[in-house]
Ligand binder design. Structure first.
Ligand SMILES: *[C@@H]1O[C@H](CO)[C@@H](O)[C@H](O)[C@H]1NC(C)=O
Ligand SMILES: *[C@@H]1O[C@H](CO)[C@@H](O)[C@H](O)[C@H]1NC(C)=O
Ligand SMILES: *[C@@H]1O[C@H](CO)[C@@H](O)[C@H](O)[C@H]1NC(C)=O
Ligand SMILES: *[C@@H]1O[C@H](CO)[C@@H](O)[C@H](O)[C@H]1NC(C)=O
Ligand SMILES: *[C@@H]1O[C@H](CO)[C@@H](O)[C@H](O)[C@H]1NC(C)=O
Ligand SMILES: *[C@@H]1O[C@H](CO)[C@@H](O)[C@H](O)[C@H]1NC(C)=O
Length: 600
């Protein structure tokens, strides 16, 4: 099980929230969402994607997202050799992009650059600190250390991905509920772990992460379609890891690949092509359907109780050397495909389709299969008339059983895409007549030359995904949010770092936090307020917010029980010239009173 890699030392299993004891009802008088708007952030220019990272003059961003009922109050800062060290409060339900500029003044030794921001969580005894520091020489010399010791949530050293590409910290929960943060993943079955929070919500009101062309986590070269990783691969981790990374909506594109000499010989693969019905489809294949199926089964056996949606497209054949157009599936190929899908456990056959799934409560799906939840297959491919379109008794449905608004901007740069996406989700009146299962495709569609130059991974993880957390979040509120947030390279935050301990739980924690906090602030669509101090203990689910005192280093090494005084990146001596938030500048070196502190 994925999260055990980090929590092995804790040695305790996740316990589910049991029972349905009385929970605080949602009350419009108890809402804590702030109407204060933090300053606007800045988008990373794309020409920095392939830049060399060096510290002098480098401008770095650290985004803090507050999905708690408490304000995050900046208490103090100190910095040495920073031309800008701009931090501030983060109001409830908002994000702030903080700015650090490492000096390029002659004579400054970048090895000594550092700074620290101290936050208090208002109305609680909890604190957290963020350090900007350097590690020289290294291909990622700028580092951000997120120190959550004062929240009982450990520490993590992040590589700053590139100049102007933000490091993100998402915090959700509350003092009474417990806090969880994006520096590490929680349990695989996050939905089951918040069953009491989401069970009565319509599924269009449960925010879930999604992945774009989910099967393309590697290039399997089953067709000679010219697609290479740079312009065709859309994910860095397998379906199994995507499930642990929180994804519940999969844009799965499956086709059959046929022998050129004998088109009766074929096998099923996920794929990414420019046009699956073109005379010559350009692109490539990813994971095999067989491996996708076994990964789903492994996940649901370990982490039962979820609603997992596969929106399946293409459903045509392509020759190994793409030519002569698509091979439309015969009944025999469709039957063959369905018999593969029947190997998936926890399908949900014969669900009520007299109305669309949109307004059915999450519990309708989560309670199926004895509480093991549902893996739903919704077909939206190119099946021709005369062949089977679904197999309802086997849990294989036509896609229109769920009415979706699949919002794809088809724009070639991050900022116009982000503005288009935000304005579209704001147009959905939650609880009103335009309410829908709104899918925000938070991804950019650049032309082939730009994409190949910067790569789908580079464009996704450096300028585009991080903008979700400052621009996207600040354009959400209790009335407006997308149902699905669908991205490229889910979980990945540094290019090429695809191992589990190198991922970051940004989207996982954002989705959990939007459900716990943002949607719960809208009493029209949510009946409970899980984060208020009066909420019943059943709702507190310590399972989502296990206490942890470990350190995750930038190289992926995890130390579960470090010495209590260890705070990576904290300096022993505050040097002459160190600036404090109140304007004081040190005139002589001073020992840092917090160095090796065990107080939190
Ligand atoms: C919620 O609001 C009601 C009515 O104003 C009040 O009685 C109650 O104490 C509030 N609960 C919390 C947890 O603030
Ligand atoms: C922030 O950006 C929004 C649009 O994205 C704009 O309407 C607003 O005026 C900006 N605020 C400031 C302070 O620049
Ligand atoms: C073509 O492939 C099918 C399926 O593998 C096989 O049954 C058939 O014998 C093959 N035909 C020829 C001419 O090889
Ligand atoms: C709830 O619905 C009512 C009636 O449609 C509307 O006036 C109100 O603004 C809504 N409240 C929220 C929090 O969305
Ligand atoms: C990872 O980094 C930590 C802390 O700098 C170090 O102690 C450890 O040896 C490193 N591990 C590897 C495999 O490089
Ligand atoms: C400014 O802050 C520093 C560090 O907290 C403190 O030592 C110093 O006394 C403060 N100076 C003034 C003028 O308040």
């Amino acid at each position: 099980m994925r999260f055990n890699a980090i929590l092995a030392a804790a040695g305790c299993g996740w316990i589910f929230a049991a029972g349905s004891a009385a929970i605080n009802a949602c009350n419009p008088q108890n809402l804590t969402y702030s109407n204060e708007a933090p300053p606007n952030g800045t988008y990373m220019p794309w020409n920095l994607i392939e830049g060399i990272n060096s510290v002098p003059g480098s401008r770095q961003y650290i985004t803090i997202v507050n999905l708690t009922p408490h304000r995050f109050v900046l208490q103090n800062t100190h910095s040495y050799q920073m031309d800008t060290f701009d931090w501030g409060d983060v109001p409830q339900g908002h994000a702030r992009q903080n700015v650090v500029v490492y000096t390029n003044k002659a004579g400054a030794s970048a090895v000594d650059d550092n700074g620290e921001a101290y936050y208090a969580i208002d109305g609680t005894s909890k604190t957290f600190f963020i350090r900007a520091t350097t590690h020289i020489p290294d291909t990622h010399p700028a580092r951000t250390v997120i120190d959550l010791t004062g929240l009982g949530q450990g520490q993590r050293e992040y590589l700053d991905p590139a100049e102007q590409s933000p490091v993100t910290l998402v915090i959700t929960g509350s003092d009474s509920y417990g806090f969880m943060t994006s520096i590490k993943y929680g349990p695989g079955n996050w939905m089951k772990n918040m069953y009491d929070v989401i069970k009565d919500r319509q599924i269009q009101h449960v925010v879930i992460p999604g992945s774009h062309d989910s099967g393309m986590s590697y290039i399997s070269n089953q067709i000679i379609g010219g697609g290479i990783s740079e312009n065709t691969q859309t994910q860095g981790i397998s379906i199994y890891d995507q499930l642990y990374a929180g994804a519940r909506y999969f844009d799965l594109r499956v086709g059959s690949v046929h022998s050129v000499t004998n088109t009766s010989k074929y096998s099923f693969w996920t794929m990414h092509v420019n046009d699956e019905t073109a005379e010559i489809a350009l692109g490539n294949t990813g994971e095999s359907l067989d491996s996708v199926i076994s990964e789903i089964n492994q996940f649901t056996a370990e982490s039962p109780g979820e609603i997992i949606i596969f929106h399946v497209r293409y459903l045509v054949g392509i020759r190994e050397v793409p030519s002569l157009g698509p091979i439309y599936w015969t009944s025999s190929i469709v039957d063959d495909f369905f018999s593969k899908l029947k190997g998936v456990n926890n399908r949900c056959g014969n669900l009520d389709t007299s109305s669309t799934f949109n307004q059915k409560p999450a519990s309708y799906f989560m309670d199926q299969n004895g509480g093991n939840g549902c893996v739903l297959f919704l077909l939206a491919g190119d099946l021709q008339s005369g062949v089977p379109q679904d197999s309802v008794s086997d849990g294989i449905y036509q896609a229109n059983v769920l009415s979706i608004n699949d919002d794809w901007s088809n724009l070639g740069d991050t900022q116009p895409m982000a503005e288009d996406q935000a304005s579209d989700w704001k147009a959905v009146a939650r609880g009103g007549s335009s309410d829908t299962f709104h899918i925000s495709q938070w991804l950019v569609s650049a032309d082939i030359f730009t994409t190949t130059l910067y790569t789908i991974e580079g464009i996704g993880i450096m300028p585009t995904n991080p903008a979700l957390y400052w621009m996207g979040v600040n354009n959400m509120n209790p009335q407006s949010w997308p149902t699905v947030i669908l991205t490229d390279y889910i979980g990945v935050v540094v290019k090429g770092q695809h191992n589990w301990n190198q991922l970051s739980a940004d989207l996982y924690t954002l989705a959990v936090g939007l459900n716990l906090y943002m949607v719960s602030q809208n009493c029209n669509v949510s009946s409970v307020s899980p984060l208020l101090s009066g909420a019943s203990s059943e709702l507190k689910m310590t399972s989502l917010s296990e206490t942890w005192g470990g350190i995750i280093y930038a190289n992926g090494t995890v130390v579960n029980e470090p010495p209590r005084h260890l705070h990576p990146g904290r300096v022993e001596i505050l040097k002459k010239g160190t600036k404090f938030m109140n304007g004081t500048v040190l005139e002589a070196d001073v020992r840092n009173p917090d160095f090796q502190s065990i107080a939190v």
